[in-house]
Design a protein around this ligand. Structure first.
Ligand code: KIV
Length: 344
């Protein structure tokens, strides 16, 4: 088994030059058999004040966007239209994600790593997910919102039901995601029976990092392949409407995708899945040190943020910021032209 590999980060110059042409959809991407070509990237509205956000069609039209629902995702699988998904943790990014017409937004327990700075996802609580889910919900109009069930919040059916219900009722999630295969099938069936849509998650399941002996690629070897296929079939039979395939060989992911009628959403699972998900902060380059093989950085916001902060520091120190254009004046007194000490 192989750990997620880290490769060296690009230098800052390389990072900034790649910003000139950030590919939303890689032009070199291999089309998978039976898959429809990618839609053109939507243009992003840029001028709406945050507090009065209203969803408009890309390009500025006022036609409201159709929300992504479970039948939308099922139809996308049938038609071979790839599903796009990212994680998200706050309202500001949620608006940007929605504006870009990403189909599925996951409030993932990866927030333990990228927001809280934890070593693993294990310390994340249901209240943490609820807090971020409510924030993300406020930023979304179109995307399908999935809330992750944290470690030990679904270890029995009786525990899972009230926790999943809170994510839906208080968090505003449209569905919940939980890790595990045949072992969690009874829980999935119970939640689905209560009207809670469940996205399953098999393969490399980060909540089992210690049981797996690290973040290791799963499903290698005949026994592990068979077990993963059995897990995929079990979660589908239990009523999951989609399944995340994480950290498994591309060929196995394609095989699972072919075997199931529900959509597969891959991360580190190759192009043969029905859709892809990435952790937002990783794909935007906000964690430049995290460089596993599966990850593509579509922007270098880490480098950009450092450069912006450094420019801010320089300008504050030099007095170049704030400039006159950033100042307020008092037209009622007309004191601006007088020296400071001239006013009693
Ligand atoms: O928590 C998370 O971000 C996830 C995705 C990586 C699928 O589970």
């Amino acid at each position: 088994m192989t750990d997620y590999k880290h490769r060296p980060t690009a230098g800052v110059a390389g990072q900034l030059s790649s910003l000139a042409d950030p590919p939303l959809i890689s032009s070199s991407r291999r089309p998978a058999a039976g898959k429809a070509p990618a839609e053109p990237a939507p243009t992003t509205p840029t001028d709406g004040p945050v507090a009065v956000y209203s969803a408009v069609s890309p390009g500025g039209g006022s036609k409201p966007r159709k929300p992504v629902r479970l039948p939308t995702l099922a139809r996308m699988k049938r038609k071979g239209t790839r599903i796009t998904a990212v994680t998200c943790y706050d309202a500001t990014f949620a608006r940007l994600v929605d504006d870009a017409h990403i189909d599925v937004v996951l409030v993932g327990d990866s927030l333990g790593n990228v927001i809280q700075g934890q070593e693993s996802t294990l310390p994340v609580t249901l209240d943490d997910i609820l807090y971020h889910c409510r924030s993300v919900r406020r930023g979304l109009r179109r995307a399908h919102l999935v809330a992750d069930m944290p470690f030990m919040t679904y270890h029995s059916v009786d525990v899972a039901l009230p926790n999943a219900a809170r994510l839906m009722a208080e968090g505003g999630a449209h569905a919940v995601k939980l890790e595990g295969g045949a072992d969690v099938a009874p829980t999935i069936a119970r939640l689905v029976g209560c009207g809670i849509p469940v996205m399953a998650h098999i393969g490399l399941t980060p909540q089992s990092v210690h049981a797996m002996g690290g973040h290791k690629i799963q499903g290698r070897g005949f026994a592990a392949r068979a077990s993963l296929l059995a897990d995929a079939r079990a979660v589908e039979a239990a009523g999951a409407y989609a399944v995340v395939l994480e950290g498994i060989p591309a060929r196995l992911a394609a095989e699972v995708t072919d075997a199931l009628t529900i959509p597969t959403i891959g991360i580190g699972a190759g192009v043969g899945c029905d859709g892809q998900i990435l952790v937002l902060y990783d794909m935007l380059g906000l964690n430049p040190e995290f460089t596993p093989k599966f990850l593509k950085r579509f922007a270098e916001l880490g480098a950009l943020t450092r450069a912006a902060l450094s420019a801010y520091r320089t300008e504050v120190r030099s007095g170049d910021f704030p400039g006159q254009e950033h100042e307020y004046h008092d037209p009622k007194t007309d004191l601006d032209s007088l020296p400071l000490k001239a006013v009693p």
